[in-house]
Design a protein around this ligand. Structure first.
Ligand code: NAD
Length: 488
C-alpha cells in the first residue's frame, strides 16, 4: 500500500465509497503526516452493511457447514501470516506503535484465527433424558448479525479477537473500527474475500462513535453487540442495547495492579514490570499501571525500576530497535500529561519522565510516579499512556486490599518466591485474569475479560463461542399414544 492511498468501506464483498462521499485524512501519529484517506461510513452505509450481513446469513454464509467455516478461518489465518510484513507496517504507521510489538500482534491475529478454526468443532448441543417417553436435545445456532465496535489501541488484534469467534459460530459481522485506525482491518476484510468468505459475511464500516457506532448498536437488524473500549462508552452502549434488547458483551477499561513481594526474584520482576506498563506505550487495557511494592524494599525497587524505564528506546515506530513508539495523537498525549501534572499537584514525585519531548509526533517519555497514595486520581483513573504509579504495601493482606480498591478488574500480576502465596493472592484478587511470576496476558484458549467495571463476557477462549450462539431446546415425544393433556 502506497502512502497517500485511499481506502473505501468494505460492504458485501466489495470496497465501496461512503454514501456521503466523505474521505477523511488518516494521520501517522509519529510524524503528524497524512498516511492516506479513508471513507467514513454514515447511517445509509450501516443500513447497507446490515442488509448485506442479513442476506449472507439467509444465503450462502448461512448454508456454509462448520467444516468449511473452519477451512476458511484457517485460510484467513494463513493469509494474515503471508501478508504479515505489509500488515505490521500499516499498523505501526497508523497507530504509532513500535513495529517490534506490532509484529507480535500480527502473529497473534493469525493464531487467533487458527484457534477458532479448530475449536468450532466443539460446537454442539446435548441430549437429556427427561423421563417417560420424552426426549430432549439442544441445538446451537448462530445468534445472527453482530455489530462489533473496536478501539484504536490494537485495531488489528481487537478486530480479529471479535471477528474470529463470530465467524466460527456462523454469525455475520458489521464491524466499526475507530475512525483514526481503520486501515489494517480493512485489509483483513479484503484478504477474507480473497480466501473465499462469501459476500456479506464480513463488513467493515469505519466511522465516528456517537454517530455511526451508536446507529449500528441501535440498528433493529443487529442481533448482538460486542464492544471493546472505555468504560464510559460501554455504559452508553449498554443503554442503547436496551431498546430493542440486544445480546451484549463489553470489554472495557482497566487499572491493573502488579504486586511485587519482597521474596520475589527482582531480576525478573523489575524488567517484566517495566514491560507490563510500557508495552504499546501504556495504551493497553491490561497495562499494569499500578505497581504495588512491599514497603521493606520500596526505595530499592523504585530506583531500579526507574533506571530501566529511562533506558527504554523511544522513537521511530518502524525502527526494529524501538521499544516505545508514539501515542495515538498529540491530543491524547496532552491528556496523559495532564494526569501527570495533576498527580504531582496531589503529591506524587516524578522519578522518571514526565516530559513532553520536543519535535514532531505524539511521543511521551516513560514516566514513573512514586509517593503515590491509592486514592489519588493517578492511581484510580485509566491514564492509557506510559505512566506508572508505585505504591507501597505492608503485608499480603494490605497488598490485596489496595489491589482491589479500584473500580476496574481486568488483570493482575503477582511476583513472589512463595508459590503458595501466589495462588492465595490470585484467588483473592477481583479481576478476570491473574498472572503469577510472568507478565504476559493474552493467549488463544485462555479467557480474557473483566470483573467489575472492566466489563463482562470473555474473549479468546472456547467460552467466547457461546457468546455468539443461541441455545434452542427441542422436546420430542416418543410415545406411541397421544398425550391428550386435558383428558379430552
Ligand atoms: P472509546 O470508548 O472512546 O471508543 C471505542 C470505540 O467505540 C471506537 O470505535 C469509538 O468510535 C466507538 N464509540 C465511541 N462512542 C460511541 C458511542 N456512543 N456509540 C457507539 N460507539 C462509540 O475508547 P478508546 O479511547 O478508543 O479506547 C481505549 C479504551 O478501550 C480504554 O479504556 C481501554 O482500556 C479499552 N480497551 C479494552 C480492552 C479489553 O479487552 N478490555 C482492549 C482494548 C482497549
Amino acid at each position: 500500500m502506497a502512502t497517500g492511498s485511499e481506502h473505501g468501506l468494505f460492504i458485501n464483498g466489495e470496497v465501496v465509497e461512503a454514501a456521503s462521499g466523505e474521505l477523511r485524512d488518516i494521520v501517522e501519529p509519529a510524524t503528524g503526516e497524512i498516511l492516506g484517506r479513508a471513507a467514513m461510513a454514515g447511517e445509509a452505509d450501516v443500513d447497507r452493511a446490515v442488509e448485506a450481513a442479513r442476506a449472507a446469513l439467509d444465503g450462502p454464509w448461512g448454508r456454509t457447514p462448520p467444516t468449511e467455516r473452519s477451512r476458511l478461518l484457517h485460510a484467513l489465518g494463513d493469509a494474515v501470516a503471508a501478508n504479515r510484513k505489509e500488515l505490521a507496517e500499516l499498523e505501526a504507521r497508523n497507530v504509532g506503535k513500535a513495529i517490534s510489538s506490532v509484529k507480535a500482534e500480527v502473529a497473534g491475529a493469525t493464531e487467533n484465527f487458527r484457534f477458532f478454526a479448530s475449536v468450532l468443532g466443539t460446537i454442539g448441543g446435548r441430549s437429556n433424558p427427561i423421563g417417560g417417553s420424552l426426549l430432549s436435545y439442544t441445538l446451537k445456532e448462530p445468534v445472527g448479525v453482530c455489530g462489533q465496535i473496536v478501539p484504536w489501541n490494537y485495531p488489528l488484534l481487537m478486530s480479529v479477537w471479535k471477528l474470529s469467534p463470530a465467524l466460527a459460530a456462523g454469525c455475520s459481522v458489521v464491524l466499526k473500527p475507530d475512525p483514526q485506525t481503520p486501515l489494517s482491518v480493512l485489509r483483513v476484510a479484503e484478504l477474507a474475500h480473497e480466501v473465499g468468505f462469501p459476500p456479506g459475511a464480513i463488513n467493515i464500516v469505519p466511522g465516528d462513535g456517537p454517530g455511526t457506532g451508536a446507529y449500528l448498536v441501535k440498528h433493529p437488524g443487529v442481533d448482538k453487540v460486542a464492544f471493546t473500549g472505555s468504560t464510559r462508552t460501554g455504559g452508553e452502549i449498554m443503554r442503547l442495547c436496551s431498546d430493542p434488547i440486544k445480546r451484549l458483551t463489553l470489554e472495557l477499561g482497566g487499572k491493573s495492579p502488579n504486586l511485587v513481594f519482597a521474596d520475589a526474584n527482582l531480576d525478573d520482576a523489575i524488567p517484566s514490570s517495566v514491560w507490563s506498563i510500557y508495552y504499546a506505550a501504556g495504551q493497553s487495557c491490561e497495562a499494569r499501571s499500578r505497581v504495588l511494592v512491599e514497603a521493606s524494599m520500596y526505595d530499592e525497587f523504585v530506583s531500579r525500576f526507574a533506571e530501566y524505564a529511562k533506558q527504554l528506546r523511544v522513537g521511530d515506530p518502524l525502527d526494529a530497535e524501538t521499544q516505545v513508539g508514539s501515542l495515538i495523537s498529540t491530543a491524547h498525549r496532552d491528556r496523559v500529561h495532564g494526569f501527570v501534572e495533576r498527580g504531582v499537584a496531589e503529591g506524587a514525585e516524578i522519578v522518571a519522565g514526565g516530559e513532553l519531548p520536543d519535535g514532531k509526533g505524539a511521543f511521551y517519555t516513560p514516566t514513573v510516579l512514586a509517593n503515590v497514595r491509592n486514592e489519588m486520581e493517578v492511581a484510580q483513573e485509566e491514564i492509557f499512556g506510559p505512566v506508572v504509579t508505585v505504591i507501597p504495601f505492608e503485608d499480603e493482606k494490605d497488598a490485596i486490599r489496595i489491589a482491589n480498591d479500584v473500580r476496574y478488574g481486568l488483570f493482575a500480576t503477582v511476583w513472589t518466591g512463595d508459590p503458595a502465596r501466589g495462588h492465595r493472592v490470585a484467588a483473592k484478587i477481583d479481576s478476570g485474569m491473574v498472572g503469577i511470576n510472568m507478565p504476559f496476558t493474552a493467549f488463544p484458549g485462555i479467557p480474557f475479560g473483566g470483573y467489575k467495571q472492566s466489563g463482562f463476557g470473555r474473549e479468546l477462549s472456547i467460552e467466547t463461542l457461546d457468546l455468539y450462539l443461541e441455545t434452542k431446546g427441542v422436546l420430542v415425544s416418543t410415545s406411541p399414544k397421544p398425550f391428550n393433556p386435558f383428558g379430552l
